[in-house]
Design a protein around this ligand. Structure first.
Ligand SMILES: C[S@@+](CC[C@H](N)C(=O)[O-])C[C@H]1O[C@@H](n2cnc3c(N)ncnc32)[C@H](O)[C@@H]1O
Length: 405
């Protein structure tokens, strides 16, 4: 089939992001950082962002798994028309190199079968080989290659290329991946810390990044921007804040947790390159503590109450909900007196999945205004989509994004 025209750089000021397992969280994160008008949801798995890929700090996004540059848009979602267009759109630069190319294709929201994508890849391989470039194709087991396949086959490297096809209504966006989620770094940050504690829960670093981005609401804050976590536990959120270039301040009721945080942050300092940031942590009951100096933003996973592996009896759950609600309310009243108006907070609070997809929320969610806070509304998602959980999990984390009145 045909030779390629190379329509790259047609849309240099646009990025396409492939969202993570809970796409609503990824969309909220993008909206928080770049503003609602810069973000457009594409199907259920992707978003267009009106920013050049080079201006996106992709490793600081917890809710997106791939960052792509848009090559072009096809006026069809039909196979084999899309295949033909892909062949004509292949970046011209791919042909002009002697080294072997690692090639992969991924499709989102389209009805293409993995075998069709692999066949299209083999066709591209033939075309490129005719032009003198040898190619190794990553075969598709699924319609989309996952982050591990992109990473391990070096598809975003100098000699790699992943073509991403995303359905947008009756059109297909054709893009090339420029960065994928660094799963190895996330695993290291999650599993290799010297102190972990299953009892206080394991906040995934990706979710910590989302919480911070929802609270900080910008990628390049100026001055000494300090993120406060008043329920810091083993310090995952402080760790991620420091890696993102923020200063961090953590407190926790339990001195043992503060010792864990100290050990974990020493480990972080010896294993990662941290910028010019400051860190501070001390014991403190979040319902009464006085934080000094005032933080720029508050980002935390609050007390989540009893862990459950099966549905608890109704009265036990009611007691647990009450306890969590009391701590949360006292905390919000206490910190509210100390924050400047306009300060943003993102709190991961418990919500209980009492039947599939049906959640019991902490009651104070309905009284946030009376407590002195405004809840941030997002244009691209509903409030009830800001939940992080696995299907069979009873205690979910609900993200409350607030501004101090
Ligand atoms: C869900 S854990 C947070 C875990 C944390 N994200 C981490 O990285 O390990 C909640 C933490 O809140 C602490 N906590 C509970 N009640 C508290 C209170 N009144 N004031 C401060 N911390 C509290 C617990 O000791 C626990 O470490």
């Amino acid at each position: 089939m045909g030779s390629f025209r190379g329509i790259i750089e047609a849309m240099p000021e646009q990025s396409l992001l492939i969202l993570g397992r809970q796409p609503a969280l990824g969309l909220a994160e993008l909206e928080s950082l770049f503003g609602a008008s810069a973000v457009q949801a594409i199907g259920t798995d992707a978003a267009l962002l009106s920013r050049a890929p080079s201006s996106v700090h992709f490793d600081r996004l917890g809710g997106s798994v791939k960052l792509c540059r848009v090559l072009t848009v096809f006026d069809t979602i039909k196979w084999p028309e899309v295949q033909k267009h892909v062949e004509q759109t292949m970046p011209r630069s791919l042909a002009s190199s002697d080294s072997k190319l690692q090639l992969g294709l991924s499709a989102y929201g389209l009805s293409f079968k993995p075998q069709q994508l692999t066949a299209a890849g083999l066709e591209l391989k033939k075309i490129l080989r005719k032009g003198g470039r040898s190619v190794r194709l990553v075969p598709n087991q699924e319609a989309a290659l996952n982050s591990a396949q992109v990473l391990h086959n070096r598809l975003t490297g100098e000699n790699g290329c992943e073509i991403v096809l995303v359905r947008d209504g009756a059109k297909t966006i054709c893009a090339q991946t420029v960065a994928e989620q660094d799963i190895e770094s996330y695993t290291l940050r999650d599993r290799s810390r010297p102190k972990r504690d299953a009892r206080v829960g394991m906040l995934p670093p990706k979710l910590a990044q989302i919480i911070i981005n929802l609270a900080a609401s910008e990628q390049n804050p100026t001055g000494n921007f300090t993120v406060l976590d008043p329920f810091c536990g083993t310090g995952v959120l402080l760790q991620e804040a420091l890696l993102m270039g923020f200063s961090a301040y953590g407190t926790d009721l339990e001195p043992r947790m503060i010792n864990y945080t100290g050990e974990n942050l020493d480990w972080l300092d010896s294993n990662f390159q941290l910028g010019d940031v400051q860190v501070r942590f001390e014991d403190g009951d979040a319902t009464t503590h006085l934080w000094e100096p005032q933080p720029s933003a508050v980002a935390c996973e609050t007390y989540l109450g009893q862990p459950y592996i099966a549905q608890p009896p109704v009265d036990k759950l009611a007691t647990n909900v009450r306890t969590c609600n009391v701590i949360l309310e006292k905390f919000l009243r206490n910190i509210g007196k100390q924050l400047k108006p306009g300060t943003r907070l993102c709190l991961a609070v418990p919500a209980w999945q009492i039947s599939p997809q049906k959640f019991k929320h902490v009651p104070l969610i309905d009284r946030l205004n009376d407590l002195g806070y405004n809840r941030t509304r997002f244009e691209h998602i509903r409030d009830d989509q800001l939940l992080y959980y696995r299907e069979d999990q009873i205690v979910a984390r609900e993200l409350l994004v607030l501004t101090k009145q």
